[in-house]
Ligand binder design. Structure first.
Ligand code: NAD
Length: 462
């Protein structure tokens, strides 16, 4: 086999990387003091990635999946320790899910037309370097998920992570670059800065080498990205209602809703944040939630204390977000047994603990006089985010009416919310759900631009 210069360079690179790793050096940290440096490094890496075959990209992704599984517990522990939010066993599951079900290069497909006039292809090409903003609620999960998809599309990525999750985010970035170098890819496929701030975010959003920004977070960041003048994918806030009608299996609905609501202490944006149930099923639903599903029924006085504690004049009390039910109850002086995992109460839809996206295992139940009223209340509670909603019903007409009225990117029927992420449900996994800008559940193809390649009068061989 003839040896060319590129092959020699590749072999030297691989040996150097192995030597570095063997010497205990931290290969490919990807963390820079300055955002401009981070973007320059990612740009250099992207040129390399773009020259690689799809098969080589897939080899890096395979190694990312392997390392994510190996590091799932470390990342889960780091995330909980650093942010104080969520719980370790559920975060381990989230990392395993990301590793196993985030689409890779198989998502990059080609559309072709061939006929008398020749052959035309639509191919998915990379944007180049993508700027990504990530939340503190799923910090490493989002970084790994975004990188797999963006890399499959031939891009590299620069992250401006949430300042409350810097260490966890940097660990994930470091791991991603190690995975690339180990698999024969370049360093700096994912980059970030030592101290992410709004300033570093602004530099990123205005940089000439950033053609696409993917923002995952609350309403503020999505608005900032959409005002940046760049193309933006906005994965914003939700307040998903779970509707229960009279045809539902009420015992199962209670179990599914509480399982979804308490997963990672209610941090996922898709998680059940409140229930709207028709009048005839409320007492049965409450009964199962309290007697079988570890729910604590909060009195009016306890609800008031909770409201004062978890909400401040400036918004959510960050010390309460992603905490478990027992901790929240302890904060208001209520001690409960170990099996308590959720706080429930009945209230009006305007109740602050119901209308606000809390990201805590607190489930207010809103009474509706009939299905029509339930749909109206659920639509109001979703606040037009068009993000996620859930329904427990065996009436197909009701499900269809609800789906049309609420018009969300995700609608889970008769299952916990996390089925939408491919956990106990079919379909792929993502941690960036772009409801506001319409891409929906993002995957590798979302991070590409469509290009038409036309060959006229030839290559049609029919
Ligand atoms: P957050 O909005 O506080 O922060 C998210 C990211 O945006 C962080 O990196 C933060 O530093 C940055 N940011 C915030 N305001 C900014 C601004 N004006 N300019 C530039 N950057 C800015 O959110 P969080 O607490 O980390 O995450 C929870 C929120 O994110 C919830 O509202 C949740 O619903 C939402 N979320 C949505 C998705 C989705 O896929 N749609 C996924 C996870 C979380």
């Amino acid at each position: 086999m003839p040896v060319n210069e590129q092959m020699v360079q590749d072999v030297v690179k691989e040996v150097m990387a192995k030597l570095q790793l063997a010497a205990g050096a931290s290969a490919g940290k990807g963390v820079f003091a300055d955002m401009n440096e981070a973007i320059a490094a990612a740009k250099k890496a992207q040129k390399y990635i773009h020259r690689m075959s799809m098969d080589q990209r897939e080899q890096i992704i395979t190694n990312i999946r392997r390392k994510t599984k190996e590091n799932a517990e470390i990342l889960a522990r780091m995330g909980v320790e650093e942010t104080g939010m969520g719980n370790v066993p559920h975060k381990i599951l989230k990392h395993q899910l990301v590793a196993e079900k985030t689409p890779g290069t198989e998502d990059i497909t080609t559309t072709a037309w061939s006929g008398d006039k020749g052959l035309t292809l639509i191919e998915m090409g990379p944007f180049g370097v993508i700027g990504a903003i990530t939340p503190c609620t799923n910090p490493s999960e989002t970084i790994i998920c975004n990188t797999i998809g963006m890399l499959a599309g031939g891009n590299t990525v620069v992250f401006n992570p949430h300042p409350a999750a810097i260490k966890t985010s940097q660990y994930a970035v470091n791991m991603l670059n190690e995975a690339s170098v180990e698999a024969g890819g370049p360093d700096n496929i994912a980059c970030t800065v030592e101290k992410p701030t709004i300033d570093s975010s602004n530099i990123m959003m205005k940089h000439k080498d950033i053609q696409l920004i993917a923002a995952t977070g609350g309403p503020g960041v999505v608005t900032a990205v959409l005002s940046s003048g760049r193309r933006g994918i906005g994965a914003g806030a939700g307040n998903p209602p779970a509707l229960v009608d009279e045809t539902a299996d009420i015992r199962k609905a209670a179990q599914d809703i509480v399982n979804g609501c308490t997963f990672d202490n209610n941090l996922p944006c898709i998680a059940e944040k409140e229930i709207v149930a028709v009048d005839s099923v409320i007492s049965e639903l409450m009964h199962y939630m309290v007697t079988e599903q570890g729910c604590y029924l909060a009195s009016k006085e306890e609800q008031d204390k909770l409201t004062e504690t978890v909400l401040t004049p400036k918004g959510l009390n960050r010390k309460c977000v992603g905490r478990d039910a027992r901790t929240l109850l302890k904060m208001i002086g209520v001690m409960v047994p170990d099996n308590i995992r959720c706080i429930v109460f009945e209230g009006e839809m305007e109740h602050p603990l119901i209308a606000t996206e809390l990201m805590m295992p607190i489930l207010g139940v809103v009474r509706a006089k009939d299905f029509e009223d339930a749909v109206e209340k659920a639509v109001w509670l979703e606040h037009g985010n068009r993000h996620s909603a859930h329904i427990h019903s065996k009436n197909i007409d009701n499900i269809t009416r609800y789906a049309k009225a609420i018009d969300t990117a995700i609608l889970v029927k008769n299952a916990p919310s996390y089925a939408a992420l491919g956990f106990g449900g079919e379909g792929f996994c993502t941690f960036t759900i772009a409801s506001r800008t319409g891409e929906g559940l993002t995957s590798a193809s979302t991070f590409t631009k469509r290009r038409r390649c036309v060959m006229s009068e030839s290559l049609c061989i029919r």
